[in-house]
Design a protein around this ligand. Structure first.
Ligand SMILES: [Zn+2]
Ligand SMILES: [Zn+2]
Length: 201
C-alpha cells in the first residue's frame, strides 16, 4: 500500500464519518430556535464546530456574529474544497432532490448567485507567541476537531492563545478557514502546530 492509497483511504473514512453523522442528525432541531434542520444546515453546523449543538443557518450566523449570507457562501466554498465535506454536501443534495449546479433552495433564494469567497486570512506570522494552553488533537478529523477546538477556546479569556497540535491532513486548510469564519485569529501556523488567539467577546 503506497502513501497515496493510504491518504485516499483516510479521506474516504472521513467522508463516511461525515455522512454517518448527517444520517444521525436527520430531523434534528436547531438548539436555539427549534426549527428542524435540513442536511445542508446540519453539515454547516458540523463544519463550524456545532456537531453537539446543531444550529440552523440563521442561528449559526447569529451565534458567530456573522452576516448570514456571507457565512453561507464562505462555508459553501470551504466545504466544496474538501473531499470529505463535499461528499456530505452531495449527500444532502441527493436527500433533498437538489441537482447541481442548482443551489439548494433551503439556503438560497431562487436566482441567487454565490459571493466570491475570500481566501482564508494568512497567519499573522507572529514569532514569540506565548500560549496559555495547549491542546493535542492527535489525528482527530474535521467535525470533531473544530468541536473540541471551540469547546476549549470558549472558556479562555479574550486575547489568550491556544496552541493546537493537529495531525489531520485537512487541518492546514481547515484551521485557517475556521478561524476566518469564527473570528478567532490564527497567529502562527507551522503544521502540525497552530497558535490561535481567542476572539474578543
Ligand atoms: Zn435556529
Ligand atoms: Zn438543505
Amino acid at each position: 500500500v503506497n502513501q497515496a492509497d493510504d491518504a485516499n483511504e483516510t479521506e474516504q473514512a472521513r467522508a463516511d464519518a461525515v455522512i454517518a453523522d448527517l444520517v444521525r442528525m436527520r430531523g434534528v432541531a436547531c438548539t436555539a430556535c427549534r426549527r428542524v434542520l435540513c442536511g445542508h444546515e446540519a453539515l454547516l453546523s458540523r463544519a463550524m464546530g456545532y456537531r453537539d449543538t446543531p444550529h440552523c443557518h440563521a442561528c449559526l450566523a447569529a451565534r458567530l456574529g456573522s452576516d448570514p449570507e456571507q457565512l453561507r457562501d464562505h462555508l459553501h466554498a470551504h466545504l466544496l474544497r474538501r473531499p470529505c465535506h463535499r461528499q456530505g454536501w452531495e449527500w444532502a443534495d441527493r436527500e433533498e432532490g437538489v441537482v447541481p449546479p442548482a443551489l439548494p433552495a433551503c439556503l438560497w433564494p431562487a436566482g441567487a448567485t454565490l459571493a466570491q469567497a475570500p481566501a482564508p486570512p494568512a497567519p499573522a506570522g507572529a514569532q514569540d507567541v506565548v500560549a496559555a494552553a495547549t491542546f493535542d488533537a492527535g489525528d482527530m478529523g474535521c467535525g470533531d476537531l473544530v468541536l473540541e477546538l471551540r469547546l476549549r477556546l470558549s472558556p479562555m479569556a479574550p486575547g489568550q492563545v491556544l496552541e493546537l497540535i493537529a495531525r489531520d491532513p485537512g487541518a492546514p486548510e481547515d484551521i485557517p478557514a475556521w478561524c476566518g469564519m469564527t473570528g478567532h485569529r490564527l497567529l502562527r501556523a507551522s503544521p502540525p502546530r497552530y497558535w490561535i488567539r481567542r476572539k474578543d467577546g
